[in-house]
Design a protein around this ligand. Structure first.
Ligand code: R5P
Length: 310
C-alpha cells in the first residue's frame, strides 16, 4: 500500500504514515504561475492499494481540486485501488434543499470525488450521517467520539459532568459521548420566533453546578458555541468546555473563543491547526492520527472498520 498527501494536512499524514509504518508516498503538488494545480506522482503505483489523505478545509476549493487531480493522477498511473482519506469533508453543510433553488453541494462534491476515480472514501464525523449515502462508492464514516471521550475522562470528574448538545440536530452525537462518559445529557434549543428577532436559548436539562461539555462536529465562526456557553453559565453551570471534531475556525473565531467564557475548546487535527490556534491559551488539539491510521490499516487489510467503535 501507499499513502500520499495533498497540502491540507501534511502533519497528520506524516503521523498516519508513522502509525501504519509505511513512508509517505512521494508526490509533487504545487502551482503553475497562474495558480492552477500541478500534480506529479514521483513513484510507481501500478497495481498498488493507494490512499490520499486530504481535508477539504480552507482554502476549500484549492484543497478539493488538489484531491481530485491527485486521484486522477493515480488512476491514470494504474493504481489498483484509490481510497480518498478525508478527515474533514467540507461543503457538507449544504446537504439538502431547505428552500427552492438551493444546491446540494455535499452531493456534488461526492459525485466529483467518485467521478475523478476514487474507489472508496474514509472520512470522519460527516456533518450529517446520511451524506455517506451521497457516495456511490463504499464510504466509511469514522467517529471522533472515542478520542474525545478519553480526553474528557482524563480531565474531568465524570460525576459532575453534563454533556450538552448545542442544538437539537446534534443530539445523536452528544448522546454517544454521554453514553461513553456515563453522564447525563442536556440540549440547547435555539429558537427565533420571527425573522429579525434575536435567538432565544432554552436549555433542556438541569445544568446547575455542572461541568458542561458541549459537543459538536464543526466550529466555524464560534457563534453557536459562545452563545450556548453563555446560556449555560447564565443558569448556573460551573464551567463550559467544548469538544469539537473539526476546528474550521474562520475569520475572527479564534479571538472570539479566547475572549469567551469557555473554559476550553478542544478540537482535533482533522484540519491542520493554524499558528493562531496553536497560540490560543484556551484551545487545545487532540490527535485523531491513530484512529485514522488504524482505519487505513484495516481498509488495506480488508478488516472491519466499524468494530473500531464497538
Ligand atoms: C451546524 O449545524 C453545525 O453543527 C455547527 O453547529 C455550525 O456549523 C457551527 O458554526 P458556527 O461556529 O459558525 O456557529
Amino acid at each position: 500500500m501507499k499513502l500520499f498527501a495533498g497540502n491540507s494536512n501534511q502533519i497528520l499524514a506524516e503521523q498516519v504514515t508513522k502509525y501504519i509504518d509505511v513512508p509517505l508516498g512521494r508526490a509533487n503538488v504545487r502551482r503553475f504561475a497562474d495558480q492552477e494545480i500541478f500534480v506529479e506522482i514521483l513513484e510507481n503505483v501500478r497495481g498498488e492499494d493507494c490512499f490520499i489523505l486530504q481535508s477539504t478545509s480552507y482554502p476549500a476549493n484549492d484543497h478539493l481540486m488538489e484531491l481530485l487531480i491527485m486521484i486522477d493522477a493515480l488512476r491514470r498511473a494504474s493504481a489498483r485501488r484509490i481510497t480518498a482519506v478525508i478527515p474533514y469533508f467540507g461543503y457538507a453543510r449544504q446537504d439538502r434543499k431547505p428552500g427552492p433553488r438551493a444546491p446540494i453541494s455535499a452531493k456534488l462534491v461526492a459525485n466529483l470525488i467518485a467521478e475523478a476515480g476514487a474507489d472508496r472514501v474514509l472520512t470522519l464525523d460527516l456533518h450529517a450521517a446520511q451524506i455517506q449515502g451521497f457516495f456511490d462508492i463504499p464510504t466509511d464514516n469514522l467517529f471522533a467520539v472515542p478520542v474525545l471521550a478519553r480526553d474528557v475522562k482524563e480531565h474531568y470528574d465524570l460525576k459532575n459532568v453534563m454533556v450538552v448538545s448545542p442544538d437539537v440536530g446534534g443530539v445523536v452525537r452528544a448522546r454517544a459521548l454521554a453514553k461513553r462518559c456515563e453522564s447525563l445529557l442536556a440540549i440547547v434549543d435555539k429558537r427565533r420566533d420571527k425573522p429579525g428577532e434575536s435567538e432565544v436559548m432554552n436549555v433542556i436539562g438541569d445544568v446547575k453546578d455542572k461541568d458542561c461539555i458541549l459537543i459538536d462536529d464543526i466550529i466555524d465562526s464560534g457563534g453557536t458555541l459562545c452563545n450556548a456557553a453563555e446560556a449555560l453559565l447564565a443558569i448556573g453551570a460551573t464551567s463550559v468546555t467544548a469538544y469539537i471534531t473539526h476546528g474550521v475556525l474562520s475569520g475572527g473565531a479564534v479571538a472570539r473563543i479566547t475572549s469567551s467564557k469557555l473554559k476550553e475548546l478542544v478540537i482535533t487535527d482533522s484540519i491542520q491547526p493554524t499558528a493562531a490556534v496553536e497560540a490560543a491559551a484556551n484551545i487545545r488539539v487532540v490527535s485523531i492520527s491513530d484512529l485514522m491510521g488504524e482505519a487505513v490499516k484495516r481498509t488495506a487489510l480488508e478488516k472491519s472498520v466499524s468494530s473500531l467503535f464497538d
